[in-house]
Design a protein. Structure first.
Length: 256
């Protein structure tokens, strides 16, 4: 799994009030599916279902601003998580602590205007690595460490995500480099033919065969007294034959 990452959204958490006016649950969606992020040096989205396995292996804390000293909930204690088509929703029921009461009041009053979650990535996919704005799709979250309301929802900790982008680009460059090294190039006159892939030798052999000159038609030999026809010899094809033989030999080696 990757290192710890943090993502924020500008949608604030909310607070329920009981019928008698007392502060109730703190709830919200810190993870939203299929929604493009802001520009973080790349665009990111989270696939539906990405948190399903993570919920089974995570011990999630409800924290304000990712601060362990400002805890207001914990999964299995007073915090419940449900996943639907929109994303991951949490609801923390009231407990008699100063942190809970104060954080609930700060959410309700609008002091905390966003939400965030800390997580690791178990699976992701990159598109557009050769563009200025690649797209990362998180297909599986490894572990959800904490989530909750935050003061500055615009802050994104992208250091690990950018490292993942760099690694993906290096892998793509290495793959492309390997293709170039295995590319077979043939030149015939002013034409150049390139062949790549596992069947490059076979296709190169076929091309050489198609370029080999055919025998000239039957014509009378010049200066012949009786005009007997003579078949002109075709141009020398020794070089083409040598190349073809080498290609066939290499092909057999690669097929073993």
């Amino acid at each position: 799994m990757s290192g710890k990452e943090k993502r924020s959204i500008s949608t604030p958490a909310q607070v329920k009030r009981s019928k008698d006016g007392k502060i109730g649950s703190i709830y919200g969606y810190p993870i939203v599916y299929n929604k493009d992020s802001e520009d973080m040096g790349f665009i990111e989205r989270i696939s539906p279902g990405a948190a399903k396995k993570a919920l089974k292996r995570s011990d999630i804390r409800g924290l304000k601003n990712h601060d362990p000293s400002l805890i207001f909930g914990r999964s299995g204690v007073n915090m419940k998580f449900t996943e639907d088509e929109n994303g991951l929703r949490y609801e923390a029921t009231p407990i008699d602590t100063v942190n809970y009461r104060e954080i609930a009041k700060e959410v309700e009053s609008g002091l905390l205007t966003g939400q965030s979650f800390a997580f690791t990535v178990a699976g992701d996919e990159w598109d557009g690595l050769d563009t200025e704005k690649p797209t990362r799709t998180i297909t599986e979250i490894g572990e959800i460490l904490d989530c909750g309301p935050v003061t500055y929802p615009a802050y994104q900790d992208t250091s690990v995500g950018l490292r993942s982008l760099e690694e993906a680009r290096k892998k793509t460059d290495a793959d492309n480099s390997g293709e170039d090294e295995n590319k077979l190039v043939l030149t015939a006159g002013e034409e150049t033919f390139e062949f790549s892939g596992d069947d490059r030798f076979d296709r190169a052999a076929e091309k050489i065969n198609s370029l080999r000159p055919a025998a000239s038609p039957t014509t009378p030999a010049p200066g012949s007294a009786d005009g007997d026809p003579t078949v002109n010899e075709p141009p020398d094809t020794k070089d083409a034959e040598d190349i073809l033989a080498r290609i066939k030999k290499t092909t057999e080696r690669y097929k073993k």
